[in-house]
Design a protein around this ligand. Structure first.
Ligand code: HPA
Length: 272
């Protein structure tokens, strides 16, 4: 089965359970899990019950899709992103995002934890993505194209719509949160980068580095969806400060900023 056929099968599987049509899809990164709990009367579908949905590699952390309302919007939340570093093929990595768009989402909000490269950033900052560098990981569009999803050679000159970047900045202002803007670079992981790599990425124009989002943004843009990206800078990338990186530090920073992150994404959803 091609990646596209898998998404269609997954769509049928969801449609046997619900006819909910999301306006917005939100893919949760570290620290945003609490957003799913804010939905009233949610429809919850464990991802393991969806045909062709990639099986979670993290035991005890089964993924789920949560459908419901935030403010005045129908939203679908992906709590069960899969990463390239887990061993999935890129067509599996982008299946959740493609599925959300087939279900009806016109806008996709991609959130993540990332390491700060820009020396003006600090751990705990939020960065609205204005652009991205994805050439260090394979394209999710590699292989036979399905024209009903999008063109063979899709334009990527404005992946993150300028108006939506502005809306995200305004949403932050409204809740009294200062945000940065910048370019996200996707590394393959799972190892954190070396200081030499981080220095090189900075010279290439990256403000932050992470292990998700950019390929999901490509798949969403391919399908003509609007894309918003928000990074939580959980740490400064390797070598920017003289500190070793650990997953514990990333998780701790994500937890500490969880409430603000939830608040920002909620306000933004209401404004879209
Ligand atoms: N590098 C890559 N991914 C990350 C980092 C980092 O420093 N922090 C959180 N996710």
């Amino acid at each position: 089965m091609t990646g596209y056929e898998k998404v269609r099968t997954a769509e049928k599987s969801v449609r046997e359970r619900t006819d909910f049509k999301p306006d917005i899809a939100i893919v949760l990164g570290s620290g945003l899990g609490a957003l799913a709990e804010q939905i009233e009367n949610p429809i919850v579908i464990p991802t393991q019950e969806i045909a062709c949905y990639p099986k979670s590699t993290v035991s005890g952390h089964a993924g789920k899709l949560v459908f419901g309302r935030i403010g005045n919007k129908n939203v679908a939340i992906v709590s069960g992103r899969v990463h390239y570093y887990e061993g999935y093929e890129m067509d599996e990595v982008v299946l959740p995002v493609r599925l959300m768009i087939l279900l009806g989402a016109k806008t996709v909000i991609l959130t993540n934890a990332a390491g700060g490269i820009n020396p003006a950033f600090h751990s705990g900052d939020f960065m609205i993505l204005t652009g991205q560098i994805a050439q260090f990981v394979p394209s999710p569009l590699r292989g036979a194209n399905d024209e009903s999803f999008g063109p063979r050679f899709p334009d990527m000159s404005e992946i993150y719509d300028k108006n939506l970047v502005q809306k995200a900045v305004e949403a932050a202002k409204e809740i009294g949160l200062e945000v940065k803007k910048g370019v996200y670079l996707q590394a393959s992981g799972p190892n954190y980068e070396s200081p030499e790599e981080v220095r090189a990425f900075g010279r290439l124009g990256a403000d932050a580095v992470g292990m998700s989002t950019a390929v999901e943004a490509i798949a969403a843009k391919h399908m003509g969806s609007s894309v918003i990206g928000i990074s939580l800078i959980t740490n400064m990338a390797a070598g920017i400060q003289n500190e070793k990186l650990s997953h514990e530090e990333v998780k701790k920073a994500a937890d500490e900023r969880s409430a603000a992150f939830v608040c920002l994404v909620k306000r933004l959803s209401e404004k879209l």
